[in-house]
Design a protein around this ligand. Structure first.
Ligand code: HAM
Length: 415
């Protein structure tokens, strides 16, 4: 027996429907904020992620699904959406269009992580990328968009905020951090990364490393004047929108492209998988991937984790919906033609496909949670009528066949 690969899941209709609603809501929200959808390939050249996400990150070092194709190219299933979106921005010279460019996406990402509840190897993200706007208002808009998504779903989350400065102010901080870390006992991976990329150590999950970090210098002492002001204004912008946040000087995030603002939406309800979403500013990435210097900020929200929290807005409405056509030969042919007409008019309508008896057809109507049964038996057809049964109250009424379509299409819950 075959099973879905470790860390992947099948979404059967009920759960798939929840994902669809999460996607619809995301698309609607993004459009409200003026973001247009972008769909990039599921795989890209591996080099894009090595450069874009960063050689020293867990994602690139340990988690990529890479393979070579028959043309000997090294390709990778995308572990995240930002690098691909920026690649498309550069490839299609979108920087020549009106700025800022605002894009959103919703789709699967792939990371070779140790699977557990809330952590999968095929995971789903809703992301937005805002390119070309330098000022703090852009950061605030992106953070507010994510915040509103959780609010609409009825999920409680805690926003955590930091600034990791620009390459300029980071130089001094880097030196101080390396000096501090050289005196500490770190895990093998952190010792390896220490001189190349000391900020990665701040993100290490190893408990020994976390202990050693307790008194590590924080970046806020090292921010340059401009970064400090930018960060201040992001906070003011959030205050004005009434969005609460906590500052955390250790929040560096797991990807190398960030500059200045970093943020995460956290929850206490999912154990160690406490990040529901996150993002930040990445002012250097467009240039790094071959485009003109373009400031940018974005976020990605983890859809699997959101769904796992069973948000109130997704809880199944126990509402009956749609129509079940109950029929039998020799009336079935004509009745099904009528059902087809109703479908074209927008009705949700089903009928028996397995030549079941009348009683069994009513059972099916019930099992499928239909609101109405439309009965057209051989006798009814002869008399030019149909019977409509309300499956909630059990009441029945006769309808002349001439007015069935019109009446049924106007029924409550028919569509
Ligand atoms: P990220 O923090 O790596 O950021 O991922 C965003 C969210 O995806 C996480 O907060 C988490 O909810 C979810 N996620 C990540 N890995 C898994 C997993 N293995 N299983 C389930 N959910 C997971 C990014 O990906 C950046 N591209 C965000 C961004 C966009 N920054 C700027 N623009």
């Amino acid at each position: 027996m075959y099973r879905a690969p470790r860390g992947t899941r099948d979404f059967l209709p009920e759960q798939a429907e929840r994902f669809r609603r999460l996607e619809d809501l995301a698309a609607l929200l993004a459009q409200q904020y003026g973001y247009g959808e972008i769909r990039t390939p599921i795989f890209e050249l591996s080099e894009l992620f090595q450069r874009g996400v960063g050689e020293d990150t867990d994602i690139v070092e340990k988690e990529m699904y890479s393979f070579s194709d028959r043309g000997q190219r090294s390709l990778t299933l995308r572990p995240e959406g930002t690098a691909g979106a920026v690649r498309a921005f550069v490839q299609h010279k979108l920087y020549n269009e009106a700025m800022p460019g605002k894009y959103f996406y919703f789709g699967p990402m792939f990371r070779y992580e140790k699977p557990q509840a809330g952590r999968y190897r095929q995971l789903w993200q809703f992301g937005v990328e805002l390119l070309g706007a330098e000022g703090p208002r852009a950061d605030v808009e992106v953070i507010a968009l994510g915040w509103q998504y959780y609010q609409e779903l009825g999920i409680k989350t805690r926003l955590v905020l930091n600034s990791i400065g620009c390459p300029h102010c980071r130089q001094e901080y880097r030196k101080a951090l390396i000096a501090y870390l050289e005196e500490r006992e770190l895990c093998q991976l952190c010792s390896d990364r220490l001189h190349r990329n000391p900020m990665r150590v701040l993100d290490c999950k190893n408990s020994q490393c976390q202990e050693e970090l307790e008194e590590a210098p924080l970046i806020d002492q090292y921010l340059c004047g401009e970064c400090r002001e930018h960060f201040q204004r992001v906070q003011e912008g959030l205050d004005q929108l009434g969005i609460p946040y906590d500052l955390d000087g250790r929040l560096v995030r797991g990807l190398d492209y960030y500059t200045r603002t970093t943020f995460e939406y956290k929850t206490d309800e999912l154990g160690s998988q406490d990040a529901l979403g996150g993002g930040g500013r990445y002012d250097g990435l467009v240039e790094l991937l071959g485009g003109p210097a373009t400031p940018a900020v974005g976020l990605a929200l983890g859809i699997d984790r959101i769904e796992l929290m069973n948000p109130p807005a997704l809880q199944a409405q126990e509402q009956r919906r749609g129509i079940w056509l109950v029929t039998m030969d020799p009336a079935a042919g004509q009745a099904i033609a009528l059902a087809q007409e109703l479908r074209q008019g927008g009705a949700r309508i089903q009928y028996d496909l397995m030549e079941r008896k009348f009683r069994a057809q009513f059972k099916q109507a019930d099992r499928n949670n239909c609101r109405w049964a439309l009965v057209i038996g051989p006798d009814d057809l002869e008399q030019g009528k149909a019977v409509l049964r309300d499956l909630v109250t059990g009441e029945q009424q006769e309808l002349s066949l001439d007015i069935v379509t019109e009446t049924v299409l106007n029924l409550e819950g028919a569509k």
